[in-house]
Design a protein around this ligand. Structure first.
Ligand code: C2E
Ligand code: MG
Ligand code: MG
Ligand code: MG
Length: 289
């Protein structure tokens, strides 16, 4: 009986692995099609200055409208896009969209905000890196280089093979700001904060989530903020969902907050209506939150 069970389990296991492989192949096929057919959209989530309540920045977050499945989450398809190299085309598209959007809001409303885009480590590989082309696009749109901020993750800083150091220096020379995303979740080595020129630390939402109940998380957030400031970086807290979290972070000196308390990521038209128009009508960059 034990042998039967074992065999059944084996069968079950291979079946589900086959299913997973098949599912993955379909996802890759669909993703290729999505790139060609432009099935993506960018949602924007405001980043709020915690001392004034003003909105200065937004993060561009990709959405995929799958023709049959509806909205597919980036956490599902970005890893596949990275494995297949499709992230290069997708990432370049995200950059162009964000840059055009930023120029559009400037031209139509006179409102300039900084848009952050997520750049995958795969995009840093020499054959795929379109950094020079991005600079040309910014020039063509007459956008200041700090109109775009590039979010990277800690893993990238560990990869010496891609000349990351030189690339980040080129960013600085070009005036493009850099955020370290999901700080505290990767293979963090504090030495990297000293070695690389980073403008913003984004405290991962796993630290902000339990601020109300976990005093260790309070301590960690406070320490990260002090450390970042002493190293000349500004701090953005991710995943701010409650007034309590916002107040605690503001009191600890956190510069910016991002999270559902202020807004979920929303389509460009909604973002324009809710934030850009409001700023234009008030004549300055103040949006209540
Ligand atoms: P991320 O860069 O850390 O982006 C923040 C994620 O947290 C977003 O998930 C956002 O919707 C979510 N979030 C924001 N505020 C809150 C909150 O208060 N509570 C909770 N629970 N979540 C919040 P999203 O949009 O699903 O994106 C997931 C990840 O996918 C991103 O994490 C990023 O790593 C990746 N991603 C998204 N767009 C792109 C892109 O254009 N290029 C690349 N390479 N990666 C992207
Ligand atoms: Mg990000
Ligand atoms: Mg993050
Ligand atoms: Mg993340």
């Amino acid at each position: 009986a034990a042998k039967d069970l074992g065999r059944n389990r084996f069968h079950y296991f291979t079946a589900s692995m086959q299913e997973e492989a098949r599912y993955r192949m379909i996802l890759i096929r669909d993703l290729r099609q999505a790139v060609n057919k432009k099935e993506f959209e960018i949602f924007y989530q405001p980043i709020i200055d915690l001392s004034t309540g003003e909105m200065h920045k937004a993060e561009a977050l990709i959405r995929w409208h799958h023709p049959e499945r509806g909205m597919v989450s980036p956490s599902e398809f970005i890893p596949v896009a990275e494995d297949t190299g499709l992230i290069i085309d997708i990432g370049n598209w995200v950059f162009s969209q964000a840059a055009k959007q930023s120029a559009h809001w400037r031209d139509k409303f006179g409102v300039e905000i900084q848009i952050s885009i997520n750049k995958s480590p795969i995009q840093f590989r020499d054959e795929g890196d379109s950094f020079e082309d991005w600079i040309v696009q910014l020039k063509d749109l007459n956008l200041a280089s700090n109109s775009i901020c590039v979010e990277i993750t800690e893993g990238l800083l560990l990869d010496a093979s891609m000349g990351v150091s030189e690339k980040l220096l080129a960013y600085r020379d070009a005036g493009i700001q850099v955020s370290l995303d999901d700080f505290g979740t990767g293979y963090s080595s504090l030495a990297y904060l000293k070695k690389f020129d980073i403008d913003y630390l984004k405290i991962d939402q796993s630290f902000t989530r339990n601020l109300e109940s976990d005093t260790d998380d309070v301590t960690l957030c406070e320490a990260i903020i002090v450390m970042a400031h002493k190293l000349g970086m500004m701090v953005i807290a991710e995943g701010v969902e409650t007034e309590y979290q916002k107040n605690l972070l503001a009191k600890a000196g956190c510069d910016y907050g991002q999270g559902y308390l202020f807004s979920r990521p929303i389509p460009a038209a909604d973002f324009e209506q809710k934030y850009i128009r409001a700023i234009a009508e008030m004549g300055h960059e103040k949006v209540s939150s």
